[in-house]
Write a protein that binds this ligand. Structure first.
Ligand code: PLP
Length: 508
């Protein structure tokens, strides 16, 4: 019998008193410690977050830590404080709901930190002050993220009718801030874009030009050229981008159809891990600009696409800036607007996920069909415990399949406590999603405390990009909820810009 089966299987989540009424903990990941209380009337913790009262007075907004702030009537409230606090609050809330036998009490949930999005924008402005970001909304069309970015003045990269409506329905966003950056569009989508006032769109083939000539003759076109995408997680080159040698004929066709081509775009692929690739792409764009001149156009837009990875951002920005300066020197740059289409850069770090361990078992051993393939003796390099959590690859973890991500779980709560010692014995474990499909594996091998039980919670960071947006409800598992916070890093700034944006919407 395996070790798992002899472990006492308690279910701490069902017993709210397992979370002691009031306890302090030291976080071994973050740098803060606080006192949490589980009494229902005081569920939201009040660590040292109160701001100087003068600053509160200045904004004339009474902030209620328990209820958060309702900035937009249609959205859930915005809280403040470190995401960690809200992960723990959510777990305690789940614990109380479980004690009250509420359905779905232990549901997985996200915590989104809007300050993180704000800080990424600051990082962008600092590293690429000349490049106007157009957020690729497919990456995460979260209503708060879109409103914050709209309030900060970014543009938007949309790829469909639905995405265009999604952005325009927010209100307060002029269609000129949208680029329809899908080179292969249905004719009806081109027509809808025309109706919505979205003029900027990309193309990379001749059929597209005929469609646009018919459905939106006044469009401002951008030729998407093929870039070397061999250094990206998600390669786009097999699907999109005109090779440079066909660009002259495409431009001649556009001329013939009396279409206006205003510039060049490329995309190095999503999740670019070798920033040097941007240099080659800008060089190709320069060639395409010259081809434009040759065809009788005066190009005024350079779109450097997306692909910016959080971890390589400053390096990529440096390479890009140097390449722009080299191929589009200042003296020739007048009248040329440079834009980009970052997606994951803005959101990947802003979302964390808390998932509940709903089941646990030992891997198949005796009588397994694979038995004959096994090497004799104890297997030390294979997981000895399988944990089943309530998010999986059919849900938010679809990023594992589609976005080639590798996720790493950490312990949020162990045996009903947020505190666990780093000397806790570990076991090789695997983590699985809740559906009945065996493809639903979140993590093949992870070192997790041997004492983890059903009812404990695992956390996953960097869950903001290409997760929620592509999740399904396969097998009847619902989408996870999202709790919004603006942590200390930019709490005041986020609230200020969002309040102003909301107010402008009200008056317009
Ligand atoms: C997906 C996509 C992006 C965003 O890519 P990231 O890697 O998330 O930055 C930008 N532009 C286009 C055309 C895309 O298809």
């Amino acid at each position: 019998m395996s070790q798992v089966e002899v472990l006492p299987a308690t279910c701490p989540i069902a017993v709210s008193s397992t979370f002691s009424d009031s306890f302090a903990y030291h976080d071994n990941r973050g740098s803060f410690s606080l006192v949490l209380s589980t009494s229902p009337s005081n569920i939201l913790t009040k660590p040292n977050l109160s701001l100087p009262s003068s600053r509160n007075a200045e904004n004339h907004v009474q902030f209620d830590d328990e209820k958060g702030e309702k900035i937009f009537p249609s959205l859930s409230p915005l809280f403040r404080g470190h995401p960690e606090i809200h992960l723990r609050n959510g777990i305690m809330k789940a614990s109380r709901q479980a004690a009250a036998n509420q359905a779905d009490a232990e549901k997985a949930f996200f915590v989104a930190d809007l300050s993180q999005v704000y800080c990424q924008h600051e990082r962008w402005l600092k590293a690429l002050p000349e490049v106007e970001p157009h957020y690729a909304i497919k990456c995460n069309p979260d209503p708060y993220v879109l409103r914050l970015l709209a309030a900060l003045g970014t543009g938007f990269d949309c790829a469909s009718n639905g995405e265009i409506s999604h952005v325009l329905n927010i209100g307060g966003i002029d269609p000129s801030r949208i680029i329809f950056a899908n080179p292969c569009k249905a004719t009806s989508f081109v027509r809808s874009a025309a109706k919505a006032g979205v003029d900027k769109m990309t193309f990379d083939n001749a059929d597209e030009l005929y469609k646009i000539a018919r459905a939106h003759p006044g469009a401002k076109l951008i030729v998407r050229i093929l870039a070397d995408d061999s250094k990206s997680i998600c390669r786009f080159g097999i699907k999109f981008g005109a090779p440079l040698d066909v660009v002259p004929s495409l431009l001649a066709k556009a001329r013939e159809l009396k279409l206006d081509v205003i510039g060049v775009s490329f995309h190095v692929g999503s999740g670019c891990y070798d920033p040097s690739i941007y240099e080659d792409a800008v060089k190709r764009a320069r060639t395409a600009f010259d081809m434009g001149t040759h065809a009788g156009y005066t190009f005024s837009l350079l779109d450097v696409g997306g692909g910016f990875e959080d971890g390589h951002f400053e390096t990529a920005a440096g390479v890009l800036t140097n390449a722009i300066n080299m191929y589009f020197p200042h003296r020739h740059r007048e009248g040329i607007r440079i834009i980009a289409e970052p997606g994951r850069f803005y959101v990947s770090r802003a979302f964390s996920l808390a998932a509940n361990i709903i089941a646990r078992r030992a891997p198949m051993a005796d009588g397994s069909i694979e038995e004959e393939h096994r090497t004799p003796g104890p297997k030390t390099d294979e997981p000895s415990v399988m944990y089943y959590i309530n998010e999986g690859v059919y849900g938010a973890f679809n990023c594992i399949m589609f976005d080639h991500q590798v996720v790493s779980p950490y312990v949020l709560s162990l045996n009903g406590s947020f505190h666990h010692s780093t000397s806790e014995p570990l076991s090789l474990s695997s983590v699985w999603g809740p559906t009945c499909d065996s493809i639903d594996c979140v993590c093949k091998v992870a070192e997790l405390p041997s004492a983890l039980q059903v009812g404990d919670w695992l956390g996953f960071d960097n869950m903001g990009a290409y997760t929620i947006c592509a999740a399904s409800q396969f097998n009847g598992f619902e989408f996870s909820d999202i709790v919004y916070t603006a942590s200390k890093a930019a709490d005041e700034e986020v609230r200020r810009v969002l309040r102003r944006f909301a107010k402008d919407l009200e008056v317009s």
